[in-house]
Design a protein around this ligand. Structure first.
Ligand code: GLA
Length: 375
């Protein structure tokens, strides 16, 4: 297979914000997007590295125009996408937008979005021309039963086609491939896109986070600079996860070298959410230049142990999946639980969250994770 994507675009896992998890279909508007763009700057999110602002499904008008071109929804985006893209760029952010390869977008199928023929089937070149004319820098290309309706599309074929169109578009565009892990995209998507979903949709619950995490096992070898496994967007800051659960969710995404697409309302986030999403230690693990995805190296009882190789050392994570607190101790370069060695630990290891040296003992509350890092 020819490698046709621009490999330079995602040297580390992409970071940004996406409208879907919080605003879904009908909550999406120009006001939300503009307010989010401002808040990404004011909150420090942009400075921390969240530079893509991605508008997901339901930005479109209900029908294509007379020449078959996609248009933005005139009620919810009265000033149009070109104008909005300029506003996003003026704030130093990059602009992402959503398309689907078949006849329908997912919201037409699952959210009763009362639209017609919004899918890009037969409009691939035209839709990319439209997006390029609006200054789009990132495409989320979302499968949505694209093989239905007589399209004859296959998973890899649809994304290869779009990668070819993007390669000829004259503008660097990150492609986020979304087919929910259906066709083992990690085996082919690296030729075409910069990230690929490995699972179905996340929900704002601990059960969902754990289900998705467990489906990442064994995928690490397929990720690296230029192309990343994507266990879906973040639920940090959304109702449904406690502060401890949110922190563990975020740490796991960092260990997984996952794209970090915030999915909360940036305009109204509380101080603890900002602190978590912009935490330099966790982001340092996420964005490590070596680009090696971490893995779960041990599961013992309710304790999962993670390891990620870093450019200057290693990160070790321990997650307490159980309902009771657990105790860990550090002795002779090892991390120990219940008399059992969980992992070797460098002498200079520090707690990534607190910055404190990792010594003595520590306890983890239910669903709490600790990240340690050393050289
Ligand atoms: C699918 C995707 C989601 C979101 C919606 C939009 O469910 O997996 O991330 O893009 O479609 O309709």
């Amino acid at each position: 297979m020819p490698v046709i994507k621009d490999h330079t675009l995602a040297p580390t896992p992409p970071m940004g914000w996406n409208s879907w998890n919080r605003f879904r279909c009908y909550g999406l508007s120009e006001e939300v997007v503009l307010g989010t763009a401002d808040a990404m700057v004011e909150s420090g999110m942009l400075a921390a590295g969240y530079d893509y602002l991605v508008i997901d499904d339901c930005w479109q008008d209900l029908e294509r125009g007379a020449d078959g071109e996609l248009r933005s929804n005139p009620e919810r985006f009265p000033r149009g996408m070109k104008w909005l893209g300029e506003q996003i760029h003026a704030r130093g952010l990059k602009f992402g937008l959503y398309l689907s390869p078949g006849r329908k977008t997912c919201a037409m199928i699952y959210d009763q979005y009362p639209a017609r023929e919004l899918g890009s089937f037969g409009h691939e070149e035209q839709d990319i021309e439209t997006l390029v004319s609006w200054g789009v820098d990132y495409l989320k290309y979302d499968w949505c039963q694209a093989n239905r309706g007589g399209t004859g599309l296959t998973y890899a074929g649809a994304f290869e086609h779009m990668a070819t169109v993007i390669a000829g578009a004259g503008r660097p565009i990150v492609m986020s491939i979304s087919e929910y892990g259906k066709s083992k995209p990690w085996t082919w998507a690296g030729d075409y896109g910069h990230m690929w979903r490995t699972t179905g949709d996340i929900g704002a619950s601990w059960g969902s986070v754990m289900r998705l995490v467990d489906r990442q096992h064994g995928l690490a070898p397929f990720a690296g600079p230029g192309g990343w496994n994507d266990p879906d967007m973040l639920e940090v800051g959304n109702d449904g996860l406690s502060a401890i659960e949110s922190r563990s969710h975020f740490m796991l995404w960092a260990m997984l070298a996952a794209p970090l697409m915030a999915g909360n309302d940036i305009r109204e986030m509380d101080a603890s959410t900002v602190q978590l999403l912009t935490h330099p230690g966790i982001l340092g693990v996420s964005q490590d230049a070596l680009g090696r995805q971490g893995e779960r190296i041990l599961r013992t009882g309710k304790v999962d142990v993670w390891r990620r190789e870093l450019s200057d050392g290693v990160a070790i994570g321990v997650l307490n999946r159980g309902r009771k607190p657990i105790e860990l101790s550090i002795a002779d370069g090892a991390l120990i639980h219940d008399g059992k060695t969980l992992a070797a630990l460098p002498d200079d290891a520090r707690d990534v969250w607190t910055g404190a040296p990792a010594t003595g003992s520590l306890s983890l509350r239910p669903r709490e994770m600790v990240l340690l890092r050393g050289t």
